[in-house]
Design a protein around this ligand. Structure first.
Ligand code: GLN
Length: 188
């Protein structure tokens, strides 16, 4: 049984905890640097990336998070993807640059800023369809050669991995399918 940290400063961290519990592992809410000490892995949840980044600076968590991200498996969802990117627009502090992607925040525009739709996931050479919830989601607009694409929504890339870091532009914690949490905990 692994201890999976979930950054719990702002946003959608509780639902990630439930997804982790359904897979038989222990979620650990991370509200300061010390909370990370016993964690094997970390999820950076959706929410508002500007607010979360400000809290990270205020709580002096940048170095401890940066060290953890450099050495442990990490999964970022939505705002979490933005914070793990190499580059994103209009942030109050730099993102963690753990995945070589450039991201445009709130890229779906006002009319369809939140929607549910089918995405195609390929984690292991086998394509699967799943429902995905997008909430004021970012778009990946450029990616480096070290990045593997694991999921698409039409032409848009919505799930990526680089080494031990993965990121989704949608909210896998809001659907019952535990596929991505299982992949993150057991295969990344
Ligand atoms: N729009 C948010 C941001 O820019 C992300 C939305 C989300 O995490 N659901 O941080």
């Amino acid at each position: 049984m692994a201890s999976i940290g979930v950054l719990a400063l702002q946003g959608d961290f509780e639902k990630h905890g439930q997804a982790i519990e359904r897979l038989g592992h222990t979620p650990v809410p991370v509200k300061n640097g010390d909370d990370l000490k016993g964690c094997d892995r970390l999820i950076m949840p959706g929410g508002e990336s500007t607010a979360i980044l400000k809290l990270i600076e205020r709580l002096d968590m940048r170095t401890v998070l940066s060290d953890f991200i450099g050495s442990h498996p990490v999964f970022g969802t939505c705002a979490g993807l933005i914070m793990l990117a190499r580059e994103a627009d209009r942030l109050p502090a730099p993102p963690f640059a753990a995945i070589d992607i450039r991201v445009r925040r709130n890229a779906y525009g006002r009319q369809i800023d939140s929607f549910v739709d089918t995405v195609t996931i390929d984690l292991d050479g086998q394509e699967r369809k799943m429902e995905a919830v997008f909430i004021r989601a970012p778009k990946i607009v450029a990616l480096g050669p070290g990045v593997t694409v694991l999921g698409r929504h039409g032409k848009d890339i919505v799930l990526v991995r680089e080494k031990h870091v993965m990121a989704a532009s949608f909210h896998p914690e809001l659907t019952a399918d535990g596929l991505l949490h299982d992949y993150f905990i057991n295969k990344l």
